[in-house]
Structures are given as structure tokens and as C-alpha cells.
Design a protein around this ligand. Structure first.
Ligand code: PRP
Ligand code: URA
Length: 204
């Protein structure tokens, strides 16, 4: 299931991210804004329990998180969601997946796996760019193998090819993106996209 946000606040921020002359400082600032909105949408389906709360003047229905919440940023670019995690789900367990795409084949290879046992957890996999779906697909598969009860993928820009890849392999996984772009070019970059997210956010 794909959820494209289509919100003016994230669209304005995304416009600045896309512009080739945006400096690192502005790129990080606007990323924070979009990342917060993407993560909030990812958490829409997180498990909650109903509770009652006493206000100064009465009783109200409320809710609280229940069960394990695990967040898995995909390095490096997924680190851009760290501030959003601190703000929206500071109790979440943080685990990390390190993958890098081969520059010629665009295939993603693991260089670090810090995904532990995620038995019964609601898992949010965060990667700003969903291009071929190779990186995210491998991370989702590993979370499933290690016991995830549900997996949601959060990204900032997605290509139809990557969405089809993830949806084809994992029909129950929800994908949240700020934007669904047109296609991949011949070197598997998202068009129109925003270029190399990791390089632009890291300032490298
Ligand atoms: C980029 C991006 C995603 C991946 C998407 O990472 O941050 O992780 O490519 O492409 P895919 O859907 O085709 O797998 P990259 O390998 O450049 O590493 P980085 O985050 O360290 O820059
Ligand atoms: N990774 C990026 O950072 N950008 C793309 O367009 C594709 C993969």
C-alpha cells in the first residue's frame, strides 16, 4: 500500500531539497521538516491502547503506545530521520542497516547489520530515497526474518520501480513517501528526484 503525502508544507520543503543550488544547511533544515511529517504518517498505524485520562475539569478518552516500536534508519541517508525519531518516538528501539549501492550496477550491498531480534515489533524502516527498491527490500526482508509483526517504510522520494519492487515482494508493507516521482534513469537515479541524498545531506 502506497501513501503519497501530498501536503503543501512537505511540498514546499521538497522543492527546496530538489533545487540543485540548495546549500547543505538548508538541505538539512528542510529535510528535518519533511522527515518529521513522513515519520508521523508512518506511525499512524502503530499499535495503541485506549486509556482514560483525567483533565483538570473532567475525563477524556485517550491512547498510549503499546508493544515494541523499532526504527531502522538505512545508513547513511536514513540518519536524516534521527531528529524526527527523537521528537516523535523517543522511546523507540533504534537499530541500523548499512547498505551501499554499487556505483556501476546500482545493486545494494550490506556493510553493517545492526538489526537484532525484532519479535512482535512494529518496525519502521527509514530511507529517504526508494529508487530500485533493492536497499529497502533487503532491509524489510531481514526485519521479517527476525520476527517483525508489521513493517512500514518511510521515504522522501520514491520511484514507481522501487514501489513496485517492495509491493511485489511484501504486499502487506505500507510505504509512505513525500513524493512519488516519474521514473529511474539509466544509472538508476530517480527522475526528477533530488540527486544523491546521502551526499547532499552529509555535505560530501
Ligand atoms: C542511496 C539511498 C538509498 C538507496 C536507494 O543510498 O540513500 O539507501 O541509494 O537506492 P535503491 O532503492 O536502488 O537501493 P547509497 O547506496 O547511495 O548510500 P548512502 O545512503 O550511504 O549515500
Ligand atoms: N539514491 C539517491 O540518493 N538518489 C537517487 O536518485 C537514487 C538513489
Amino acid at each position: 500500500m502506497l501513501h503519497e503525502m501530498k501536503h503543501p508544507v512537505s511540498d514546499v520543503a521538497l522543492t527546496i531539497l530538489r533545487a540543485q543550488d540548495t546549500c547543505t544547511t538548508a538541505f538539512r533544515q528542510q529535510t528535518q521538516r519533511v522527515a518529521l511529517m513522513v515519520l508521523a504518517e508512518c506511525l499512524r498505524t502503530m499499535p495503541i491502547d485506549a486509556v482514560r485520562v483525567t483533565t483538570p475539569v473532567g475525563e477524556a478518552d485517550g491512547c498510549r503506545p503499546v508493544g515494541r516500536l523499532v526504527v531502522v534508519p538505512v545508513l547513511r541517508a536514513g540518519l536524516a530521520f534521527t531528529s524526527a525519531v527523537e521528537q516523535l518516538c523517543p522511546d523507540a528501539e533504534l537499530m541500523f542497516a548499512g547498505l551501499a549501492r554499487d556505483e556501476t550496477t546500482a545493486e545494494a550491498h550490506w556493510y553493517m547489520d545492526r538489526i537484532g531480534d525484532v519479535s512482535g515489533a512494529f518496525v519502521v524502516v527509514l530511507d529517504p530515497m526508494l529508487a530500485t527498491g533493492g536497499s529497502v527490500g533487503q532491509v524489510v526482508a531481514r526485519c521479517m526474518e527476525r520476527g517483525a509483526a508489521a513493517v512500514v517504510v518511510g521515504c522522501i522520494v520514491a520511484a514507481p520501480e522501487g514501489v513496485a519492487e517492495v509491493e511485489g515482494r511484501f504486499p502487506d508493507v505500507r510505504i509512505v513517501t513525500a513524493a512519488l516521482d516519474s521514473h529511474l534513469n539509466d544509472v538508476k537515479y530517480i527522475i526528477p528526484g533530488l540527486g544523491d541524498f546521502g551526499d547532499r545531506w552529509c555535505g560530501t
